[in-house]
Design a protein around this ligand. Structure first.
Ligand code: ADP
Ligand code: MG
Length: 446
């Protein structure tokens, strides 16, 4: 869809005099637009600010609803863009102060539920938003999928924009595309100027830049320059820096300059609060029994929990039915089925043995060499976490242990190690992910 068509569609959504006064005067700036940013030009700075704050989000949404992609919409000044290719010092005086990227406005600190699983990341994000470039630069947030990394990152952005800061929020894929686009068009000056002008650079899911050497090289320079200029950088990733393959050491060490904060799966109480918060925001009423049912039956990915709640809300509305526990169980059958991978003890042993290079039969034997003991403890821990048949006595029997106290002993040891040793924790998480992904792949192919 062409940008001008989008403005026409906007006409139906806003008062006509607003349209005539502001939107009609915009012109599309093809030269400065790219695959993820659409630029319109306003004739003066007042109109530019007004349209940027009031309508940029709306315009982006209209794009999104017809193309599936939410671009950033930026409103520039007609006079400014003519100078865009001049060196920065020349254009400094005419540079618009605040250009912002499209953020989800509901991703705020207020809408984020804090529990022990995410309190460090939350506190760090809030501190960075309020006092950028103090102790935590860069802020590096990492953790599993659906645990709130993007939410926290955008909360920083939303907060900063309210305070008139220039924010660039981009996924690493958009950053990569933008880079390639500008390389192809010989417009790297513009690329550099754009990224180096912001007060906050937020790059989401940085792990996807792995092995993209040229882009990483450019990112490295951007990073250094922003850091020297005292601009705040925030990055997210699914793993801590040292575990991201395909990044040079010099870059990983930069990531560790500031603060690394992880988000963990929510504890039960937090999960309950998140479900309640979501219901409050979406105006869906769930009784305690249903809330409890969702919290116990769904895994920890909050994105999936949210989609289950939305689907409950939609079904209830469509059928004009109250959401009782029977209704919820029926509607959520599919959501729960997806979660229920039916992992067996043998699935666990197979993956653990393979990954740690140990014979599966050794894990179930009485062998006491330390690699075998470790593999056995990990398997017991994962068995309790991932399978349903996790009665202590059954586990003892399966793993060749004397009795259930030996299982508790193994659990104690491993929990201690998980708390004390970050590398070990990551290793166990990776094993867990492998087990889950082999099962879900099998499920899909059936
Ligand atoms: P990630 O980037 O870690 O994959 P997201 O930030 O996209 O996860 O979170 C997925 C969804 O869950 C989002 O809609 C987000 O608002 C919600 N969410 C995650 N954590 C929380 C939390 N602690 N409180 C409220 N909502 C949360
Ligand atoms: Mg994310």
């Amino acid at each position: 869809m062409s940008p001008n068509t989008v403005l026409n569609l906007l006409k139906n959504e806003i008062p006509l005099d607003e349209y005539n006064k502001y939107i009609k005067n915009l012109s599309y700036d093809q030269k400065n637009s790219n695959s993820d940013t659409i630029v319109f030009l306003a004739p003066n700075i007042l109109m530019q600010r007004y349209v940027q704050t009031k309508y940029a989000n709306k315009i982006a949404r209209i794009f999104e609803s017809s193309t599936g992609i939410m671009p950033s919409v930026s409103i520039g000044l007609k006079s400014f863009t003519r100078d865009v290719n001049k060196p920065q010092s020349d254009t400094a005086s005419s540079t618009p102060k605040s250009t912002s990227t499209i953020l989800n406005t509901s991703y705020t600190f207020e809408n984020f539920v804090v529990g022990s699983s995410n309190q460090l990341a939350f506190a760090a994000a809030e501190s960075v938003a309020k006092s950028p470039n103090r102790q935590y630069n860069p802020l590096f947030i990492y953790g599993g999928s659906g645990l709130g990394k993007t939410h926290l990152m955008q909360a920083i952005g939303n907060f900063a924009i309210k305070n008139n800061k220039t924010v660039i929020y981009t996924t690493s894929e958009q950053f990569l595309n933008d880079f390639l686009y500008n390389v192809r068009n010989n417009t790297m000056d513009r690329f550099r100027q754009k990224y180096r002008q912001c007060d906050f650079l937020l790059i989401d899911d940085i792990q996807f830049l792995s092995k993209k050497e040229q882009t990483l090289e450019e990112f490295f320079h951007t990073f250094n320059e922003l850091h020297t200029l005292g601009k705040q950088i925030v990055l997210t990733s699914d793993k801590p820096p040292k575990k991201i393959a395909g990044f040079e050491d010099r870059l990983k060490s930069r990531f560790e300059w500031g603060l690394m904060a992880d988000v963990q799966p929510p504890e039960f109480e937090t999960k309950i609060s998140i479900i309640k918060k979501k219901c409050e925001l979406d105006k869906i009423y769930l009784n305690d029994e249903v809330v409890y049912y969702i919290a116990t039956h769904m895994h920890d990915n909050i994105r999936e929990i949210e989609s289950a709640i939305s689907s409950l809300g939609a079904h209830s509305k469509m059928l004009s039915k109250e959401i009782t526990i029977e209704f919820a169980t029926e509607v959520m059958k599919d959501h729960i089925k997806d979660q229920d991978l039916d992992i067996s003890l043998n699935d666990i042993i197979r993956v653990v043995a393979h990954e740690l290079n140990i014979k599966p039969t050794d894990i179930k034997s009485r062998k006491r060499s330390s690699p075998v003991v470790e593999a056995r403890r990990i398997s017991i821990y994962l068995a309790k976490k991932l399978t349903k048949n996790n009665k202590m006595r059954e586990l003892a029997e399966f793993f060749g242990l004397k009795d259930h106290t030996a299982v508790s002993h193994a659990m104690k040891k491993i929990n201690k190690l998980l708390q004390e040793n970050e590398d070990f924790k990551i290793k166990v998480e990776e094993l867990e992910n492998k087990i889950i992904s082999t099962k879900s792949k099998n499920g899909e192919s059936v």
